[in-house]
Design a protein around this ligand. Sequence first.
Ligand code: NDP
Ligand code: GDR
Length: 327
Amino acid sequence: MKRVALITGINGQDGYYLSRFLKSKDYDVHGITSCSKPGIGEPPANCYYCDFAEGSNLNQILGTVQPDEIYHLAAQSHVRLSFDIPVYTAEVTGVGTLRLLEALRYYEEQSQKKIRFYQASSSEMFGKVVESPQSETTPFHPRSPYACAKVFSYWQTINYRESYGMYACNGILFNHESPRRGEAFVTRKITKAVARIKLGMQDKLYLGNIDAKRDWGFAGDYVEAMWLILQQDKPDDFVIGTGETHSVREFLEAAFGAVDLDWKQYVEIDPQYYRPAEVELLCADPTKAREKLNWEPKVSFEELARLMVEADMKLTQQEKILNEAAS
Ligand code: NDP
Ligand code: GDR
């Protein structure tokens, strides 16, 4: 019998890579998508609409899908935006997880089935630097409404594990990127701009704090870690990252460098992209994941920047051809 996986946030970056990965492992993959898009009709096959700000149909979805594993990826995931919509972010990214855990507890009780639950926790929870690199034992100091909501979800996940013996785990993932990354996140914003500048469709790129440092990996590598976390004998929490940190400046250098451009000629600072509180430095200590999950990232920082630029060059070339044909 095929194992059944339910992925919330299946339309996001990680949902894309995780569903492909699980299908390659012969899972029957189902997904939840938000119903906030205008003009929605019937959901695609194996997909269900649910808004985690409300979540009243979660029991029904669990009963229909009867999952063996749940990957909870749905979230309002943009950190700067969370300062503009803090209450909504808390509802979706924080309380939304509790809604799902509570529905799951009820479903397990009714079905007498044990389901494995993965919570998409984040390195943003570390926030203000207490120590570096950051491991599973580093204290949290969240610096945004998003990070506070993730800390809430992190502890709810552990609380359901300890209170009800549920198989519930946190993956504390550091930044991971890909050509599927949302365009409002800094790496993709940069690689898209690089392609548009190279092809003469844009002159400048406006950014916020380019001195911030992040531990950036490739999303395709990280979804394997999510799966490995749910394959352990006992539920546990894991930090997933590369162990290398780079500034936004360094990403600019790598991305513009991939098409032989000098970023300094094109980048300008716009304070609207600054955050009320910034996370200055993130760097993972992924020792536990390496030792217990046997997980290691494969794509390097330079390869990541290059592969994202190449993908955006292809997309932008197509866009240019379409624009020219239409004019
Ligand atoms: P994305 O923002 O690309 O995807 C998140 C998905 O959540 C969206 O596609 C959206 O689905 C869904 N969603 C948003 N609001 C709601 C809502 N109200 N109800 C239901 N679904 C909703 O994020 P990523 O794929 O990059 O990340 C996946 C998860 O991992 C997120 O929880 C993120 O916070 C977390 N994370 C990400 C990291 C990263 O570097 N990428 C690092 C650490 C944690 P739809 O399209 O259907 O609206
Ligand atoms: P982050 O990712 O906040 O780390 O959260 P993001 O790419 O948005 O920012 C990374 C760093 O770049 C700086 N920055 C800018 N960021 C954006 N978005 N736009 C800009 O113009 C810009 N200029 C500079 C930011 O200040 C920041 O320091 C991501 C999300 O995927 C979260 O959901 C996830 O939990 C964390 O990664 C780990």
